[in-house]
Design a protein around this ligand. Structure first.
Ligand code: GLY
Length: 397
């Protein structure tokens, strides 16, 4: 009898300890990718009946909002499909990825905004990486030429948006993301002009966009005649002087990628300083999913922006592989915490819900009251990318 009760105590102790252990990361990654496959196949099936449209978000009543190819997020759903095809090898995903990628093709000629890199590199770029399709290469090179028409030599940057009553030559931190297309185009074509544009943009942005604490302004308005900074503003953040969360993540990702593509150590230093600012921020929530603005006045009740968390996690996984210990472990641990949070029911949808998007609770543009606390196709893209990057690390396959 005594022996039985000792056994029972030991067993319940074991069960308690087992339930207190976090799930192995490998299991979290696999389960999230399998969930993403189901959601995305359902989304692709729906999109088949909506020619030329691409999924963007849900409206306040939960209805699907789509875009045409010209909206800056058009390349993300094709990119999600490519990553999930890479994960699963499922031909249904390959066919869906091809179908959705074709819908973005005309953006290779876009010269009226800077989003060409987002739109083409996530869609055609991933397609080329996985299939080697020569035709995709041509689209990407044409797109890089189009993006280059916005390079302003006097300023040293690619102009983001066109002039309006607010500013003459605005450059936003988000634009760092478009450099990936230019670095690729230079390697592919052997033409150094693409790299020169990208390096000049990254250097000028490093000089003018960052505050002494390594937070970034959202918009730098340049004087196109002199090339001087005319104003430092926000468009989507809480205030000109605040740290808009997604902008900080774009900066982190942008300099991590710039280091990967150039091996210039100053970009690595910049990426680490941004990472240290973010991971050590006193208003970074315990679960690693940022408030929509680090200076939002209603913290801790402010909305979270899961898209900012997903971009940051993906960048941190890459950065962790570019630095030495102990930084490497620090960045990877933070990304892992973010991934576990996003994979939890607090942020990840249930099967068939959330309009077939993967993640909930992102914020597009609070000052314009647009896309507030909704799923966003780019949150899904960077979440899936982060999972795929993590999965490639030893022990996670
Ligand atoms: N590039 C636009 C945004 O981050 O909302």
């Amino acid at each position: 009898m005594k022996r039985l009760s000792i056994l029972m105590v030991a067993l319940s102790g074991f069960l308690f300890l087992a339930s207190a252990q976090p799930r192995p990361l490998k299991a979290v990654i696999d389960e999230s990718l399998q969930f993403s496959v189901s959601q995305s196949l359902a989304m692709a099936k729906l999109m088949k009946s909506m020619p030329a449209r691409l999924p963007r978000t849900l409206d306040a009543s939960g209805k699907l909002v789509t875009s045409n190819s010209a909206w800056w997020t058009s390349g993300f759903f094709p990119g999600v499909l490519w990553y999930l095809y890479e994960y699963s090898g499922d031909t249904a995903l390959l066919n869906a990825a091809r179908m959705m990628t074709e819908r973005v093709r005309d953006q290779q000629y876009t010269t009226d905004n800077h989003d060409v890199g987002f739109m083409l590199y996530c869609s055609f770029g991933n397609g080329l990486r996985l299939t080697g399709n020569d035709d995709y290469k041509k689209v990407l090179l044409r797109g890089a030429e189009s993006l280059g028409t916005r390079f302003r030599p006097r300023i040293g940057c690619i102009q983001s948006w066109n002039a309006d009553q607010r500013w003459q030559c605005p450059v936003i931190i988000d634009n760092m993301m478009n450099l990936e297309l230019l670095f690729w185009a230079s390697r592919e074509s052997g033409d150094s002009k693409f790299r020169q544009w990208a390096v000049s943009h990254a250097d000028t942005t490093m000089k003018n966009h960052f505050r002494p604490d390594y937070s970034t302004w959202h918009v730098i308005a340049y004087n196109p005649e002199t090339g001087a900074v005319a104003a430092r503003k926000t468009a989507q953040g809480f205030a000109d002087e605040s740290a808009w969360a997604r902008g900080q993540s774009w900066g982190l990702y942008g300099y991590t990628m710039s280091y990967r593509d150039t091996r210039d150590p100053k970009y690595l230093t910049q990426a680490c300083r941004i990472a240290d600012f973010l991971t050590g921020h006193p208003r970074m929530p315990e679960d690693g999913i940022p408030y929509w603005d680090y200076d939002a006045p209603d913290i801790p009740n402010a909305l979270r922006d899961v898209s900012a968390g997903a971009i940051m996690a993906s960048a941190l996984v890459e950065l962790s592989q570019l630095v030495e210990a102990p930084l490497s472990a620090k960045y990877l641990a933070f990304a892992e915490k973010q991934i576990r949070s996003m994979a939890s029911p607090r942020y990840r949808a249930t099967m068939g819900a959330n309009g077939n998007f993967i993640l909930m609770h992102s914020v597009g543009n609070i000052p314009s009251r647009s896309e507030v606390d909704v799923p966003l196709t780019y949150a899904d893209y960077y979440f899936v990318e982060a999972l795929m990057r993590l999965r490639k690390l030893p022990g996670n396959r």
